[in-house]
Design a protein around this ligand. Structure first.
Ligand code: TRP
Ligand code: SF4
Length: 398
């Protein structure tokens, strides 16, 4: 069985090349090797854009079209919308009860974003709590991996802490020991004895060898179900049973594409190229792109290190073209417009299949809605099951 990957994106505007190279391209790559769940984080968008209902409404399906255009295959991955699954909110509420405020207050994104988005009032309960909502998003699907950028890594870390705390608080059943001993009885007599001895040694000395030995006995016993094995492992370590699974960040090499001015690409900075930007507009934007400020005249030698166009070459050009740029720039052998042409060509080539794939969905919006419908139901099956386990563990399954 493939391990599960989960990630979400906020629907706050048309996706641009920065989103593609920084995240989406990676999502597409992962879908063959993992059981990928990708969702539209519309509630997350509301944590900062709670006053702009049109922004979010308009962008939800547009974003899904961008995803599919970029190569997400609804047959291979599960695509859904967060707000269609109230289970996320339920888990968020339940986790909120025992999550220390300090864990949220110390999130680096909290103060950073508050500083950056000064035009918005972010002194809200929802904004403080959003990393916990993200934890619920991840834990409800028992995701093994979360592909996110470095800025989001602290959110995955808090998710791990929340899971650990939950398992610690609620993973202990009153009769856990008796249940575990009943599982030991299913093993052969000799193995049961060896397991008991190894467990005792581990708990007394903390020896890694004893732990490994006991785990090998669990793994080797054919008579145990998956649940039995989990129970024995928890019994062995002296912890509760694992209800929520700790996810890991999946940090993969992504190419960073900055905006046209060299700063981070963002629609609100006016330095972005949309994934489905018109070809003429792409050309115009690149031609107007600032270059090395010290290269005032065509005859001045430049330095690619000072030029945002060079960063586009890093993403879009092969070694030969890059050599041509460095040599030509430093010797004033090429002009800047000449230098930009291969970038323009490469972007247009990259966008071509996106435009074609998107076309079918733009003319037939029902099809996108159907894809999301199917994905949402698939996600719901998993989310419901986790919530049953969570309610059981917390004693609220009346
Ligand atoms: N917070 C993420 C962002 O702002 C989006 C997100 C929400 C997410 N829930 C998630 C990402 C769960 C990964 C996993 O980009
Ligand atoms: Fe930038 Fe190319 Fe002009 Fe050099 S030649 S300044 S790398 S655009």
């Amino acid at each position: 069985m493939k391990q599960r990957v989960l990630s979400g994106m906020r629907p706050t505007g048309a996706l641009h090349l920065g989103h593609y190279h920084g995240a989406l391209k990676n999502w597409v790559r992962l879908q063959a090797d993992f059981d990928c769940f990708y969702f539209v984080a519309d509630w997350h968008a509301l944590t900062t854009h709670y006053e702009d209902r049109e922004v979010i409404e308009k962008n939800v399906y547009d974003m899904v079209i961008d995803w599919i255009a970029a190569g997400l295959d609804p047959e291979q991955c599960t695509i859904f919308i967060q707000s269609r699954l109230p289970e996320h909110a339920e888990l968020f509420t339940l986790l909120a009860m025992g999550t220390p405020l300090a864990w949220l207050e110390r999130m680096p994104t909290y103060k950073d974003q508050m500083e950056k988005l000064k035009d918005r009032d972010l002194a809200t309960y929802g904004f403080l709590g959003y990393p916990l909502l993200q934890a619920a998003d991840i834990l409800i699907y028992k995701a093994a991996f979360v592909p996110v950028g470095e800025d989001q890594a602290p959110h995955v870390e808090i998710t791990r802490e929340v899971a650990r705390r939950f398992n610690h608080l609620y993973g202990r059943e009153a009769n856990a020991e008796a249940l575990a001993l009943a599982v030991v009885k299913k093993m052969s007599k000799a193995d049961g004895k060896a397991f008991a001895a190894a467990r005792k040694a581990f708990q007394e000395t903390g020896s890694d060898d004893s732990l490994a030995q006991a785990r090998a006995l669990i793994a080797a016993s054919g008579a145990l179900s998956e649940a039995d094995r989990e129970r024995l492992d928890a019994f062995l370590r002296g912890t509760g049973k694992t209800i929520l699974h700790e996810p890991a960040v999946l940090l993969t090499e992504v190419s960073k594409l900055p905006g046209l001015d060299g700063a981070k690409m963002s629609k609100s900075y006016g330095n972005a190229i949309a994934m489905r930007e018109e070809p003429a507009e792409v050309e115009r934007k690149i031609r107007r792109m600032p270059t090395d400020p010290q290269r005032v005249r065509r005859t001045d030698a430049g330095d690619p290190e000072r030029c945002p166009v060079w960063q586009f070459h890093q993403v879009y050009s092969d070694a030969e073209t890059k050599d041509w740029v460095v040599t030509g720039c430093k010797s004033a052998g090429i002009g800047c417009l000449e230098c930009k042409q291969p970038v323009i060509d490469a972007i247009l080539r990259e966008q071509q299949p996106w435009r074609e794939r998107a076309e079918a969905y733009l003319t037939n919006p029902k099809q996108v809605q159907w894809i999301v419908e199917v994905g949402t139901e698939r996600a719901r099956t998993v989310a419901r099951q986790t919530m049953r386990e969570v309610r059981d563990a917390m004693g609220i399954n009346y």
